[in-house]
Design a protein around this ligand. Structure first.
Ligand code: MRU
Length: 362
């Protein structure tokens, strides 16, 4: 992503070759601030407190967290302890466990003296792989947008939920990679951006990056999508996912399920963009088996915004004493999903569909 002419990834190695730079996403859209992670504990806090978020970026940060951990204690016990601490930060995105497993698989067979260099090497490779996978899935998804444009010969309206864009990954995004690829190829398109309460990742992050890239978009209240679909104002939905089961159930930011129901009722195609590390081959039934993160009720009762003087402040939107609950994710059953857009192509949201693209998964 280019920001004011400078190309950025969302995570990169600091100039000293030790620290890891990230963008503090809690400060967006109003301020662009970077932070250097210098310890495994920093990396864990960055994930837990959502300075970084989005399934692939959580995985990439955890991978670098293991590299920082190896500097602190490269023994088997030290790395396993770091694994547990990083794994406990957020429960839903499977990319976190995937990246931690990758790191341990590389590091444990090595002598302790070789582990730090190998850890930085594998973390960097995980970042490069994420970028390449998202670029590839972006091409496959862009073909779907192009087909809609060919058929309709007008601007194509895409609806997305939460932030599954550049900021949620190392580069490109998942749901938004097809949008960027189609837009860069000259396809006229417009994105409906669900604000995505309670943390507003749509309003603050998706709008921010579409704005940086110059993609036409409009922020809508979370409950607007159904109305737009009833009036032919959405051509397709594309969302991301934190974990997709081997049978094609899609876990994503809370509210995704309701959009999929509305899409089904209005014959609007509902696609999900995902790089393969987001597939949890060990899980079949998403509703029953995927742990759903519950975050602080304060994210529901309070909201951040910029006041007239340009100062970012937090205000309370509920009466004192009203309880609130904050489920982070929900599961959209495979039957509501038109297709999964992966780096190897688009497939049905089913075991057969996923196995067809990833036969090595048995
Ligand atoms: O709670 P968040 O902001 O980490 O949730 C992010 C999402 O739900 C994304 O849609 C998902 O991680 C896919 S990211 C490419």
């Amino acid at each position: 992503m280019k920001i004011n002419g400078t190309a950025f990834r969302t995570i990169w190695l600091a100039k000293d070759g030790i620290g890891v730079e990230i963008i503090d996403q809690t400060r967006l859209p109003h301020e662009f601030v970077t932070i250097t992670l210098r310890s495994m504990a920093d990396a864990a806090l960055a994930i837990k407190d959502m300075w970084v978020r989005g399934a692939p970026l959580i995985g990439a940060t955890a991978a670098y967290g293991m590299a920082l951990a190896a500097r602190e204690d490269a023994t088997d016990a030290g790395l396993k302890r770091a694994y547990q601490l990083l794994h406990a930060t957020r429960p839903t995105a499977i990319n976190l466990k995937w990246a931690l497993d990758e790191m341990l698989a590389v590091l444990l067979p090595l002598p302790e003296t070789a582990r730090v260099a190998a850890a930085y090497g594998r973390a960097a490779a995980i970042c490069d792989e994420d970028s390449a996978q998202n670029a590839a899935l972006g091409e496959h998804g862009a073909a779907l947008i192009k087909a809609q444009h060919q058929a309709k010969q007008r601007t194509i309206n895409v609806l997305t939920h939460c932030n599954a864009g550049w900021l949620a990954t190392v580069d490109w995004g998942t749901a938004l990679a097809p949008v960027y690829k189609a837009f860069d190829a000259g396809i006229p398109l417009h994105v409906w951006v669900d604000e995505t309460r309670p943390r507003n990742q749509g309003a603050s992050l998706t709008a921010r990056e579409l704005n940086w890239h110059g993609v036409p978009h409009t922020v809508i209240a979370d409950n607007t999508g159904g109305h737009l679909m009833q009036h032919g104002m959405v051509d397709l939905c594309i969302v991301g996912t934190d974990r997709t089961t081997r049978n094609g159930d899609v876990c994503n930011k809370i509210g995704t399920y309701l959009k999929a129901l509305a899409a089904k009722d209005n014959n609007v195609p509902f696609y999900v963009g995902l790089p393969s590390p987001t597939i949890d081959w060990t899980v079949a039934d998403g509703v029953k088996e995927i742990p759903i993160e519950e975050r602080s009720a304060r994210e529901q009762t309070h909201i951040f915004g910029k006041d007239a003087d340009g100062k970012v402040t937090e205000v309370q939107v509920t009466p004192d004493g009203s309880p609130a609950v904050n489920y982070g994710f929900d599961v959209t059953p495979a039957r509501l999903v038109t297709g999964l857009i992966t780096e190897r192509g688009v497939c049905a949201a089913s075991y057969k569909g996923l196995r067809g693209l990833f036969p090595e998964r048995g």
